[in-house]
Design a protein around this ligand. Structure first.
Ligand SMILES: *Cc1c(COP(=O)(O)O)cnc(C)c1O
Length: 816
């Protein structure tokens, strides 16, 4: 690469870019230009782009200080940002200049960006949602700041070895991170351990303080979040844990050098690693520390800012602040805000409680019981004694309110208590979120309704006005304009500019479904994107996908509720049909599955192994490959999704009904013209309604069918009566996919055959196979499929996170 030097006209913006780039390359980084090392060129370009963000960043901050608007703080343990550079270049609308400047170096942004590591500070949907939300807030020019944790190690790197997932650490900061600005002057102290002391203050009031603590410093790093083409740059503030000085001093003075270092390490461990569990909690103490660390540092930061401008007068505070809690992970913020207002600023309980409950808003992300956080009271008593006092006080007052409303209903009081009683009592974090917030929202219509009818029924009866829905969305900048350049150009040609920030405009695409020239171009762009995806597949898996075949894709975290297993059963069924000579009417397809399993989730890891073993058998069989190819794509992440979703024909969204709160992968695929095969679950329902039933392959049980069905669920009978499923199970059981590893898939077979299989895999097999057959048939009709593809993209306007954020801003935050 590099070094054919075409001159750049002087005085243009690109000429200036070259000058700045050279300066960073030669001076900031101190490298010789003649070496032209791509990673340093990337760094130099990033610094050049960052310089342009910084002016706007300061301007945005200044404006905010001048206008003093109501501000929103989005608290999240995860921000799955992915790559930053080319997104920033796009949002600054300086792509042509950058392209021209890079031509001078004989390279391109496309080439350079491949060297950028993903910022993988999240597990999956929840973390990516936070990133899409920040993009929308900046693009809408809303005063929203993100608060999170600067994990030294993000989401692990997944490799597949002998068909199994192996995890490798993701040291994403090793080559330096140009997208952060350390702000040591804003460091905060976060307390742990110690005890509560009471004292009488000079006004004769009983006050509390948290003493004898072991403190950890929280050092902020600011990440710029540029809006699209509007000059706004908002802030994501990430905290890093550091040891305090006196910590060191004490130990050093005691002469124990190694203990001093060990103590320092313990403090810094808090932000060392992201917990790789999606939709499950393992109750580790370090995780609780992370949660409190984020809540405390962020609230101290906001309060310090308020006091700086307004003094210790909190009369207007509630009118000027909202804290949006992304799931229960940051809900300790409820108790922490109370603590700060009571102990540090000496407000009365009722005043502090009014401020807290009119500034906190909680978003629920799941109905899965294993994901509902509960922390042992004994752990909290040791680690956060003062917080536990406050939680008990909140609970006592809350239960008095419940008793007043439902006198004598002690069962209800037990059910609603923030404390789950028993031998080892626990704090129910979701309930703390509900009691402490003025708003509780789910993330898709079905999910929000299920919360009201099920999980939070008692609370809904008490406070119906708190509950609302905010259907998730994704940013059309990253997920369409940036990831699918060619389609974006065609869309602009068809519907005009402006859809990037007003995605409803994309609905005009439907005026083109009868324009055969347009349809042909749409189809050709999909083919182009499929070729790019096939290249990725070939590079990563060594398998050559035929772009003439339907690309059938399921990428997301590996979890039983998402039912990758159902997908595999279908693949085995297709294989079986080919092998038994029943393939005359079968249509060819390439299946791609990708996603990470939580390292401790044995069943999810076994499903990955099964996918790989099935893929190995199929891909090695030359009599099969003209009809069926299967790969497991390793290390699924944001930057790979940017290639995957534009190249997908069929999007698999096949969770057990009632289990997927929303899904957002489904929306990215839809925007890029994939057609969904899916269950009546989460936001699939809204996608189906928007696209029309004729443009969606619906199958499976519905939530309302499931209880009755579950009671009578007999998978063995289903298998016995379904010849296809029976043969699939036989292939699994006879070791066809585990010849040298006898019995390894027994747990999977047993899970499918269990009467109480929570995921109802056998129950949905037949209707899934039928829907798959229809999809494959339809794919053969190029005109009909292209029409469906266009109509899906045309109906995706609702699923822009701009729409979601407008709803948050209007209904919850009340800032527009
Ligand atoms: C969008 C996205 C997800 C969420 O996918 P779902 O299918 O909604 O679970 C997870 N991981 C990454 C990298 C994503 O981009």
């Amino acid at each position: 690469m590099i070094s054919v030097k075409t001159p750049v006209p002087a005085g243009t913006d690109s000429a200036q870019l070259v000058t700045e780039l050279q300066k960073h390359y030669n001076i900031t980084l101190g490298r010789f230009e003649c070496e032209q090392i791509p990673s340093y060129l990337l760094l130099a370009l990033s610094l050049t782009v960052r310089d342009r963000l910084i002016e706007r960043w300061r301007e945005t901050r200044l404006q905010e200080i001048q206008n003093n608007p109501k501000r929103v703080f989005y608290l999240s343990l995860e921000f799955l940002l992915g790559r930053t550079l080319s997104n920033a270049v796009m949002n600054l609308q300086t792509e042509n200049e950058v392209a021209e400047a890079l031509r001078y170096y004989g390279t391109s942004l496309e080439e350079l960006r491949q060297n950028e590591l993903d910022a993988g500070l999240g597990n999956g949907g929840l973390g990516r949602l936070a990133a899409c939300f920040l993009d929308s807030c900046a693009t809408l020019g809303l005063p929203v700041t993100g608060y999170g944790i600067r994990y030294e190690y993000g989401m692990f790197h997944q490799r597949i070895e002998q068909g199994r997932q192996v995890e490798y650490p993701d040291h994403w900061l090793r080559e330096g991170n140009p997208w952060e600005l350390e702000r040591p002057e804003l460091t905060k102290r976060v307390k742990f351990y110690g005890h509560t002391e009471f004292y009488i203050n000079d006004r004769g009031r009983k006050c509390a303080r948290w003493s004898g603590t072991n403190d950890v410093l929280a050092v902020p790093y600011d990440v710029p979040i540029p809006g699209y083409g509007n000059g706004v740059v908002n802030t994501l503030r990430l905290w890093r844990a550091a040891a305090t000085d006196e910590f060191d001093l004490e130990e050093f003075n005691a002469g124990d050098y190694t203990e001093a270092v060990a103590a320092k390490n313990r403090a810094e461990q808090i932000t060392m690693v992201l917990y790789p569990n999606d939709a499950s909690e393992n109750g580790k103490e370090l995780r609780l520390r992370q949660q409190y660390f984020l809540a405390s540092a962020s609230l101290q930061d906001v309060l310090a800012d308020w006091v700086h401008f307004h003094g210790e007068n909190f009369g207007e505070f509630a009118n000027k602040h909202v804290f949006q809690l992304n799931d229960t992970h940051p809900t300790l913020a409820v108790a922490e805000l109370m603590r700060l207002l009571l102990d540090d600023y000496l407000l009365e309980w009722d005043v502090a409680w009014r401020i807290t409950t009119s500034t906190m808003a909680y978003t629920n992300h799941t109905l899965l019981p294993e994901a509902l956080e509960k922390w042992p009271v004994r752990l909290m008593r040791e680690l956060l004694p003062r917080l536990l006092d406050i939680i008990y006080e909140i609970n006592a007052r809350f239960l008095a309110e419940v008793a007043l409303r439902w006198p004598g209903d002690t069962q209800r009081q037990q059910r609603m208590s923030l404390i789950e009683e028993g031998n080892d009592p626990h704090v129910r974090m979701a309930y703390l979120g509900i009691v402490g917030s003025f708003s509780v929202n789910g993330v898709a219509a079905l999910h929000s309704n299920l919360l009201k009818r099920g999980l939070f029924k008692d609370f809904f009866e008490l406070w119906p006005e708190k509950f609302n829905n905010k259907t998730n969305g994704v940013t059309p900048r990253r997920w369409l304009a940036h990831s699918n350049r060619k389609l974006a150009e065609l869309i602009t040609e068809a519907v005009g500019d402006g859809w990037q920030t007003d995605l409803e405009k994309i609905s005009h695409l439907k005026d083109f479904v009868n324009d055969s020239a347009f349809c042909e171009r749409w189809f050709q762009i999909k083919q182009h994107n499929k070729a790019a995806l096939a290249e990725l597949v070939h590079r990563e898996c060594g398998v050559c996908f035929d772009t003439g075949h339907m690309f059938d894709v399921q990428v997301k975290r590996i979890h039983e509720y998402k039912r990758q297993l159902l997908n595999v059963l279908h693949i085995i069924h297709l294989y079986d049909r080919i092998k038994r000579g029943d393939a005359v009417k079968m249509k060819p397809r390439c299946v791609l599955i990708g996603g990470k399993a939580a390292p401790g989730y044995a069943m999810a890891k076994l499903i990955i192994k099964l996918i790989n073993n099935v893929a190995a058998v199929i891909n090695a069989d030359t009599s099969v490959k003209h009809l069926l190819q299967v790969v497991f794509l390793p290390n699924y992440r944001v930057s790979s999704m940017e290639i995957i979703c534009p190249g997908t024909d069929l999007s698999e969204q096949i969770s057990t009904a009632g289990k997927e709160a929303s899904g957002t992968g489904n929306m990215k695929f839809m925007m890029n013209g994939a057609v969904t095969i899916g269950t009546y679950d989460g936001a699939n329902i809204e996608i189906l309604e928007a696209a029309g039933g004729e443009n969606f392959f619906l199958f499976g049980l519905r939530v309302e069918d499931i209880p009755a069905y579950r009671a009578a669920h007999k998978p063995n009978q289903i298998i016995e009566h379904d010849e296809d499923l029976k043969r699939v199970m036989q292939l699994l059981e006879c070791g066809h996919f585990s010849l040298f590893e006898p019995g390894i898939f027994d747990p999977i077979v047993a899970a499918i055959r269990r009467d109480d299989d929570p995921w109802m895999v056998a129950a949905d097999f037949r209707s899934y196979v039928e829907a798959q057959r229809k999809a494959a048939e339809m794919y053969q009709d190029r005109a009909a499929w292209t029409r469906m593809s266009i109509l899906n993209a045309a109906a995706s306007g609702r699923f822009s996170s701009d729409r979601t954020i407008r709803e948050y801003a209007r209904d919850i935050w009340q800032i527009i």
